[in-house]
Design a protein around this ligand. Structure first.
Ligand SMILES: [Zn+2]
Length: 281
């Protein structure tokens, strides 16, 4: 809902609230930052840092947000299952894994821990704070790169050079709002009879939803899915469903939930980064 029309109200509200920190999805903070830059709006004097999580933070977003807000951007990595928490320190942009919160392993395609700095593996985690429902060696489906050498800040924490897993995926509405895929996730059992699914977009306000059915799938599932998506998209995206036999995985063996064919560079994601995103899956 952050549009040209509503943005002044958000900015006014933030200014009156006088926050010291802003915690946001980078995609959202970037939309606000771009608006502030385009309209020569001064940074909020009280804000000391912008804390970004839940999505990949792209370098262009970091620069844009830092410029517009006039302060440092810190990225952190965690999940709602609370098995991993990692964040940047004051001296670097590497992720410091908090070992008292959870144990983090990076597991390679051969099922063994990756060795040596610069190696990429899947983030496999064991939480140390949840005594009710412990998750042991829990696969996050995120990929990360092992860090090298201790950080100059002196904290003796394991380091991740970068987290590649939360690859930012947007669906573009008819009025060019960007809806992150993280906002589209549906927990309510809608996809119970769906084996695999994938969104594909090549026109604003339209998506194709590819579905691999489970045996119990019926017309009722189709109606339910369309109804749920209609609510998520608030009618701003037309959804067409196509049934397919198989949805291929990416090179890293992950599912890609959205294939975005629109040139999102017009909204901020450059072609280079889009290619990088596609390659790293
Ligand atoms: Zn550090």
């Amino acid at each position: 809902h952050m549009t040209e029309e509503t943005m002044p109200a958000y900015i006014d509200r933030i200014r009156r609230f006088k926050p010291r920190f802003i915690q946001a999805y980078p995609s959202i903070a970037a939309i606000l930052a771009r608006y502030m830059e385009e309209h020569d709006i001064e940074p909020f004097p009280t804000v000391k840092a912008v804390l970004c999580g839940s999505e990949n933070l792209y370098p262009w977003q970091r620069d844009l947000i830092r410029e517009a807000f006039g302060c440092r951007v810190f990225s952190w990595y965690g999940n709602s299952e609370q098995t991993v928490l990692a964040g940047e320190c004051e001296e670097s942009t590497r992720y410091h894994v908090f070992p008292e919160y959870g144990i983090v392993e990076l597991i390679g395609r051969d099922g063994r821990p990756v060795e040596g700095p610069g190696e990429t593996g899947e983030v496999v985690t064991t939480n140390l704070t949840n005594f009710v429902c412990p998750l042991i060696r829990y696969r996050t489906m995120d990929a990360a790169v092992l860090g090298n050498a201790p950080c100059s800040c002196g904290r003796a924490y394991p380091l991740l050079e970068k987290v590649e897993g939360r690859l930012q995926e947007f669906i573009v509405t008819k009025d060019r709002r960007l809806i992150p895929m993280t906002a589209v996730n549906m927990h309510s059992g809608v996809f119970d009879n769906v084996a695999q699914f994938q969104f594909y977009q090549k026109r604003e306000g339209e998506v194709l939803l590819r579905i691999v059915k489970r045996p119990r799938y019926t017309e009722e599932d189709t109606a339910w899915i369309l109804r749920e998506l209609g609510e998520k998209f608030e009618g701003d995206v037309d959804v067409t469903i196509r049934f397919v036999a198989k949805i291929p995985r990416t090179r890293l063996g992950k599912y890609q939930f959205l294939i975005q064919d629109l040139p999102l560079d017009r909204w901020g994601i450059s072609e280079d980064e889009k290619e990088w995103r596609t390659e790293s899956g």
